[in-house]
Design a protein around this ligand. Structure first.
Ligand SMILES: [Mg+2]
Length: 425
């Protein structure tokens, strides 16, 4: 009998200090120097290199409050350069994707993958993947492995703290007591600081204590989500991989937000960017789309906040492949499902029901298509040559609402002909 899915390991691949590492890739003079990346209006610290973490500078602190430290330690400061980070992220995701059938891009710098059981040594598999990502992109990653997503996350937490070897850590039934005891409950994925208080009052201090807890009792006094965490710590899969729909039949673009978003304007920017990205993918495979799915969801782990998740499918009158038509339909979907008063964690666009260009039925009532297609083709050409989003639709927002003031922006080394790295010899 071949091994079932139940037997397979899940790994999470997580880039180390991702934004800071991206800044270093093309600027090796930054190696071993403290590096900080600032938020949209250059106000707050949103990424730190290890050296900065070691100085005790916290995430989110306004930069003016640490001016003295910046001077004393010669901290290198950068505005966020999402064109660069997004491009390097895509490269890393493609490397991971090339060796795996099942993966979930969890955030800009993290992905879950199911390790195919044909790899009999998961640590060896992960170490090879880690080395490959470093060789091909220059970004160091840590990899945690376990039978469930939660165990993989815990293992990843440990791998960054020197447990395991070469930033790879595996938790299984032979070592879980020892390793889980090292992890405080609030460092477990999905537990967080709010739930830790209740757990501590009840004598549950570390991940091993929580593993031993009675699942029914946890569900009764906390939530079903917390019960799933207990199950997952015991190696019972409760949280599935949210698989990509990157088949020929559909195209999916989504990202979790780094912080929760509630206003419609920011969601419009995000949905428009996802729609635009999806339209580019669609055209690159020479397809048209007949219906467009849009979804929104709140943070499932924040049971203390009102929960909402909705998916809607917008049927198009004719098959499209132009960016403006696809953005319009996606926004129509967003307006239909958006509700104010919720904190959203993730949104996405899925192009469904794809057909090849030669199968598209021409509509008598739709004469603009030729023109729209030519505009989109020109946009693709310009963006490919001069960098993603050189030309963008206004509704996508100013650099996806991240960038207002970017005085210390590094060049877009990988995505812009004008800013390729030049070597002085
Ligand atoms: Mg990371």
């Amino acid at each position: 009998m071949s091994s079932t899915k139940q037997d397979s390991y899940i790994a999470i691949v997580d880039c180390n200090n991702f934004y800071a590492s991206c800044e270093r890739v093309f600027n090796p003079a930054l190696n071993n120097k403290p590096v900080i990346v600032l938020s949209n209006n250059d106000g707050c610290v949103i990424a730190r290199s290890q050296e900065v973490k070691d100085l005790g500078i916290p995430m989110g602190i306004p930069v003016f409050k640490i001016k003295h430290l910046v001077e004393i330690h010669d901290i290198q400061i950068f505005s966020s350069n999402f064109a660069l980070y997004g491009d390097i992220s895509n490269r890393i995701m493609n490397i991971i994707r090339s060796g795996n059938s099942e993966m979930e891009v969890y955030s800009i710098d993290e992905a879950f993958v199911t390790i195919n059981p044909r790899y009999t040594d998961p640590i060896d598999y992960a170490t090879t993947l880690r080395n490959k990502i470093y060789q091909w992109t220059g970004i160091p990653v840590s990899i945690g492995i376990g039978k469930t997503k939660t165990l993989a996350k815990v293992a990843n937490h440990l791998s960054k703290r020197g447990v395991g070897k070469n930033n790879v850590c595996l938790i299984d039934s032979t070592n879980d007591q020892d390793l889980l005891q090292k992890v405080k409950v609030h460092d477990i994925w999905g537990v967080g600081r709010r739930k830790q208080k209740f757990l501590k009052i009840n004598g549950i201090y570390n991940a091993y204590d929580l593993k031993q807890a009675n699942p029914e009792w946890i569900q009764k006094h906390m939530t079903i989500i917390s019960r799933h965490t207990v199950d997952e710590l015991n190696g019972r899969k409760k949280i599935e991989l949210e698989r990509e729909f990157a088949t020929k039949k559909s195209i999916s673009t989504s990202r979790s937000f780094s912080r929760m978003i509630s206003d419609l304007n920011t969601l419009r920017n995000a949905i428009s960017s996802h729609a635009s990205r999806s339209a580019e993918k669609l055209r690159s495979q020479n397809s048209f789309v007949n219906s467009i799915g849009v979804y929104l969801c709140t943070n499932r782990f924040r049971a203390d906040l009102p929960q909402y998740r909705r998916y809607i499918n917008v049927q198009l009158p004719v098959a499209l492949n132009d960016t403006s038509g696809i953005i319009n339909a996606a926004l129509e979907g967003l307006y239909a499902i958006y509700k104010s008063g919720y904190e959203y964690k993730k949104c996405g666009v899925i192009l469904n029901d794809l057909v090849q260009a030669n199968e598209v039925q021409q509509s008598l009532f739709y004469n603009r298509r030729d023109k729209d297609e030519r505009i989109s083709a020109s946009i693709d050409q310009i963006n490919q040559a001069f960098g993603s989003d050189t030309i963008r639709y206004a509704v996508q927002g100013e650099n996806e609402s991240w960038s207002i003031k970017r005085e210390k922006l590094s060049p877009s080394y990988t995505t812009n002909w004008n800013e390729f790295l030049t070597l002085k010899v």
